[in-house]
Each structure stands twice: as C-alpha cells, then as structure tokens.
Design a protein around this ligand. Structure first.
Ligand code: NAD
Length: 465
C-alpha cells in the first residue's frame, strides 16, 4: 500500500552494512543505522581515528556522539580492512571526503581509492552506494569501475555538523539516485525505520520536535547528484544575500537584524541561513559552491549568480578587520581577543573557517592576537602561527585586550558577565555574527554587521508584528 509519501510499505529487515570513511557523515550514518537495528562495520584508514572509534571515543566533537557510540557498540564495529567489512555485507555506503582541487573542481581521489578497493573485495550482489558529494556523472563512472555483478546508487547526504546524529535519524528527506527502481527499494528498506519513525528516540539526543516523516525521493542519478549541490549553493546564496543586505545597511543606516526578521517571516523565504556575519565556511559550502560553478563552466554554462555568492563571501572577513581598525584607530600593537574559531557552533571543525582569515589579516596588520574556543583550540594549533595564543579560558583571552571580536556564535558568548569584561583594557566590541545584544555593552564601542546606528537598540525584534 502506498503511504502518505507515495511509498509502498516494504517493511524492515536488519542488514549488514559497510560504511567506508569515518568522518562526520560516515560516523553519523553508521551510528544511526546501528541504532535502528542494522549490523554495521565502519571502515577507516586513519589509524588514530580508527583506534579512538574502537574504544567508542569520538574522533571529533559532535554533540551526543560519545553516548551514541557506547549505545550502539553491540551492532557497530570498526576496521581498516575493506575485505573484512564487506564479508557478508548487503550494502557498502561510501562517505569519504571530496575536497576542492586547486581549480575548484571536486577532488575524487579518495572516492576512486574506496571504489577500487570495493571492486577488488566485493562479492556479487553487493549494492554500492555513494554518499560523498560528487559531481554530476560520478555514479556513471563508479558503475564503469565496478564489476557488473554489483548494483550502484548514490544517496547524497544533507546532515549538518553540530547536529549530525539528529539529522541522520530525523532527516527532512532522503534522496536516492538510481537507474534501477529495485535499487531504490533496497535503500528504502535500509532506511525504513527512519522513514516511518519506527525506532526509539535515543536519550543522548535532544527531542527532534518535527511532525512530518521524511520525504523519500528516488531520482535519476544525475538529478540526485545535482540536487545536493543545488541545496548547498542555495543556502550559501541566502547567506551571501544577508551579508550584502548587512553591508548595504551599514551604508544606509538601517538595521539588518530588523530587515532579515521581516524577510524571514515570509514562509516563501524562511529565516534559516538568512544570518549576516563573517560569511560561510566549513567543509561543504565553500567547496560545493566552487565545484558547482566549475561543473557549470565545464559544461559551457556560466553560472553568474555563483560567482557573486563566492565574491561576497570572500570579502566578509576583511570587513570585520576594517571595522576593528577604524574603531581602534589602527591595529599595530593592539591586543585583540578572538571569541570563537570553529566555522560554526557545535563543531570543532576549522576547515575553511573564516576565523582563520580574520586572524591572518590581523597578524599582517601588526595586531597581537589571542583566541578562545570551547572545542576547536587543539585543532587550531597546527593551523595558526605560534604567535597566536590559544585558550579555553574566557578570562584569559579577555585579560588586557583592547578589543573583543566574536567570530563563532557559541551559546556561552551570549552572556558575557561584567566581571569577565572588566579584565579588558579597551572598550571595543566587534560582533562578527550579530550574536551579542548591543545593550549589554554600555560604555563600549559596539560594531556588528549591518547594525549601523541602531546599535544600542534591543537586538531581538522577533515579537514585533
Ligand atoms: P571527512 O573528511 O570528515 O571524513 C572522511 C573520512 O574518510 C576520513 O576519516 C578519511 O580518513 C576517510 N577515508 C578516506 N579514504 C578512505 C578509504 N579509502 N577507506 C576508508 N576511509 C577513508 O569527510 P565528511 O565531512 O564526513 O564528508 C564526507 C563526504 O560527505 C564529502 O563528500 C562531503 O562533501 C559530504 N558531506 C559532508 C557533510 C558534513 O557536514 N561534513 C554534510 C553532507 C555531505
């Protein structure tokens, strides 16, 4: 019988699944599949990451991951051997990195290594599923690299770091690209408990608070591959739009927070990702927008909108530095306290974090930089010059600072006490995420993004009708 989503109810049968690549996507997927009842083996070539996972220790910061690794231990094991993981497996899900090449296109070398390894070790009948974000046409190339006795599909991933486990168990949609409808059904069976919300909610995770069951789309492979890029490019475009609006507000004397509140209240637009600030970063948006533009270019089509999205994003970190320079009357010898390094709250990931650009620019201008982050300090150390002092202590970072610059909107920065601030030498606050309320900073020079002369007015206008 077709269900409310147009699906046929085909029921659940536990499967043996190999997940190749234990990064944010691979680990979240492996844990979610084990939680709903599958027998899962995670494959990882990084020995440090592998040994941590074998001890049920999170290899990176992701909320709830430690508890979920412990809770799924009986059905989730880890290995560096593809052959071991594929023994008796129904499916192999590939979730390896697809970073940017120099020219902006996706580097598929990890993907090809994983696919060639599977080709060498798989038994006939295995379904090979690519979850890595990869350009249009990749599944056709995967098909050509694998023996004809194996089935193939792609299943692009939409989870967000910082809530990866929640997103893996409660996705808004599951997208499959498959030329053969029977392959689509195999994936529907894999995800059946998720599609039907037929599993116990893990106590380690917050309640999802969603009413609707996920949509399930089986598309032709090229459309599925493109849909993933389209989603990320659209969200990046919303962020760049909010940033352009903020920059214009700085010129026109309007308050972007009030403007985006009105914009976001329109259900046709929505408030998500309409946040002005220092720009998007992380392991997905920058590389996926570049890859989509490159893909379009290679097909002979110039995607002009994406060029603007990229350009606007690239200028945002410098704007924060300029605001700081003008508030302090110069940066040489000034002590700057950076609050937040991770590309967003909820993760310790620093890949393409705009904070790194801001810090480099400050150092080039002769500033003395100290930085705080609750989770990302260890990962930041090898990425920054020795001269940058890193700490997880808020008093420490603010002590003697001429200015405070907020770059990641961690919740703990929202209520900085007067006592913590009293350690500062100067009275300048640059809010790179509009996360602070200007009214808390009486006696300070406060500069947000596009808050212009409205700084000093209450930040929250959500209740205004
Ligand atoms: P990641 O870089 O965090 O992890 C990839 C892992 O794969 C690493 O641990 C690496 O050591 C391992 N690996 C590489 N080659 C391997 C091989 N041959 N065998 C076994 N392990 C191997 O990557 P990620 O952030 O999880 O992203 C994976 C893919 O998913 C990318 O294509 C990304 O664009 C996409 N994606 C990521 C997110 C996200 O939020 N991170 C969201 C949606 C989609």
């Amino acid at each position: 019988m077709p269900d409310g989503n147009g699906r046929v109810d085909i029921g659940f049968r536990p499967m043996r699944v190999a997940v190749v690549g234990m990064g944010y996507v691979g680990v979240a997927t492996a844990v979610a599949l084990a939680w709903i009842g599958h027998e899962v083996r995670g494959v990882e070539i990084d020995t440090d990451r592998l040994s941590r996972l074998r001890r049920a220790e999170p290899p990176f910061y992701e909320p709830g991951l430690g508890e979920m690794l412990a809770a799924t231990r009986e059905r989730l094991s880890f290995t560096d051997s593809l052959a071991e993981a594929l023994l008796g497996a129904d499916m192999a899900l590939v979730a390896v990195g697809t970073p940017s090449r120099e020219d902006g296109a996706a580097d598929l070398s990890h993907l090809w290594a994983a696919i060639d390894g599977i080709a060498a070790a798989a038994a006939p009948g295995l379904l090979v599923v690519n979850k890595s974000t990869a350009p249009v046409g990749t599944l056709e190339q995967i098909r050509m690299r694998l023996p004809a006795s194996l089935a193939v599909a792609c299943n692009p991933e939409f989870l967000r770091q910082g809530q990866a486990l929640l997103d893996a168990l409660y996705p808004e949609r599951i997208v499959v690209g498959a030329a053969d409808p029977a392959v689509g059904e195999r994936l529907q069976r894999l995800y059946d408990p998720i599609l039907n919300r037929a599993f116990a909610h893990p106590p380690a995770l917050p309640e999802p608070g969603l009413a609707k069951r996920p949509a399930f789309f089986v598309l032709d492979p090229r459309s599925a591959e493109l849909a993933k890029y389209a989603a990320n490019a659209f969200l990046a475009m919303k962020i760049s739009f909010a940033n352009e609006m903020a920059n214009l507000c700085d010129e026109l004397g309007a308050d972007v927070e009030q403007v985006v509140t009105v914009l976001g209240s329109d259900p046709r637009i929505g408030s998500a990702y309409l946040r002005p600030g220092i720009g998007y970063g992380g392991s997905c948006f920058p590389k996926d927008v570049r890859a989509l533009r490159q893909m379009a270019g290679e097909s002979g089509y110039e995607f002009r909108l994406l060029r603007a999205v990229i350009e606007v994003n690239a200028q945002q970190p410098q704007r924060v530095v300029d605001k700081l320079r003008s508030a302090l009357g110069g940066l040489e010898g000034r002590r700057i306290a950076i609050l937040g390094l991770a590309f967003k709250p909820g993760t310790d990931d620093l890949r393409e974090a705009p904070s790194l650009d801001v810090i480099r620019a400050l150092l080039e201008s002769g500033a003395d930089v100290r930085a705080h982050d609750p989770w990302a300090v260890d990962r930041a150390r090898p990425l920054l010059p020795e001269a940058v002092e890193l700490t997880t202590d808020l008093d420490d970072v603010l002590q003697g600072a001429d200015a405070l610059v907020l770059l990641t909107e961690w919740a703990q920065y929202r209520d900085l006490s007067a006592t913590v601030l009293s350690g500062m030498r100067g009275r300048v606050v640059v809010d790179g995420r509009n996360a602070l309320s200007p009214v808390w900073f009486e006696g300070f020079t406060y500069a947000g993004c596009g808050r212009g002369p409205c700084a000093g007015a209450p930040a929250a206008v959500g209740e205004m009708v």
